[in-house]
Design a protein around this ligand. Structure first.
Ligand SMILES: N[C@@H](CCC(=O)N[C@@H](CS)C(=O)NCC(=O)O)C(=O)O
Length: 249
């Protein structure tokens, strides 16, 4: 999918900016489940509003008013929510599938059902098996303030083992496949377990480099518009530093 995604995106550079009407991606002030969706929109040069609900809204409880307002938080009262003209869509993986079609990747793949299904499978893997695990790990470590060091080491060790079970498989598929959710998932692996996680996995490293060098993504990363934190928690850097101390050597 990476190759076709790159071709489709390159073609879209000239056309997608001309999206008519309004496109809004709403999420919190964090990377979380939304970052890969932001990459897809940025890469296709889509003119969209990256609407981020601030931490103040959560702390003040105002989020609960927003949660009860379906025009903000969609039918499930949770984010991300995508608005495309008058169409509103909830659920990360459904939004990803919608964008796969809307941004031209399906067409580029000749509307091949098997390629679309494979792309959905990669999306699901990246979201369910890596992004959510990463969010959980950071939340768990964040709540283990008074935990014994060996319990922290054990939580990080379990995450490390699961990720290292996946890496040889990702390496195999990185030769020819990829996509924005895999890109984000692997960036989180580097953030949590260190860039050295990809040592011995040259296709993974090359895939990451290729994605980061895509002109619109490179410009976006350079602009500093990407949220700093995965969870939005201001204590995340401290948590990541604690995780780094507990990584298996
Ligand atoms: N299954 C949904 C889960 C959405 C979800 O739980 N979003 C969280 C943020 S990561 C949220 O909105 N939390 C606030 C709340 O539910 O009040 C998806 O994949 O989009």
């Amino acid at each position: 999918m990476l190759r076709s995604c790159m071709r489709a995106a390159a073609r879209n550079l000239s056309t997608a900016a001309a999206v008519e009407g309004k496109v809004v991606l709403r999420y919190f002030e964090s990377r979380g489940r939304a970052q890969a969706l932001r990459y897809a929109l940025v890469d296709a040069n889509t003119n969209f509003k990256d609407d981020r609900i601030s931490m103040q809204n959560i702390m003040s409880g105002n989020w609960f008013n927003m949660k009860n307002n379906a025009s903000i938080s969609g039918i499930w009262g949770s984010l991300p929510v995508l608005e495309w003209d008058n169409f509103q869509l909830s659920q990360t993986e459904a939004i990803s599938t919608f964008l796969y079609n809307k941004l031209g990747h399906a067409e580029q793949n000749a509307n091949d059902l098997q390629l679309a299904a494979r792309s959905a499978s990669l999306t699901s893997f990246a979201h369910q098996d890596i992004i959510l695990l990463s969010l959980q790990l950071i939340n768990i470590i964040g709540t283990m303030q008074n935990a014994k060091p060996e319990d922290l080491v054990s939580a990080v060790g379990q995450f490390h083992a699961r990720i290292h079970g996946f890496l040889p498989r990702i390496e195999n598929l990185a030769k020819s496949n990829g996509g924005y959710l895999i890109f984000e998932a692997m960036d989180l692996i580097a953030m949590i377990l260190g860039k050295e996680s990809f040592n011995g996995f040259p296709h993974c490293s090359k895939f990451m480099f290729t994605m980061m060098e895509r002109p619109n993504i490179a410009q976006y990363l350079k602009s500093g518009q990407r949220p700093l934190y995965l969870t939005g928690s201001p204590v995340e850097p401290t948590i990541l530093a604690r995780v780094a101390e507990c990584r298996p050597k």
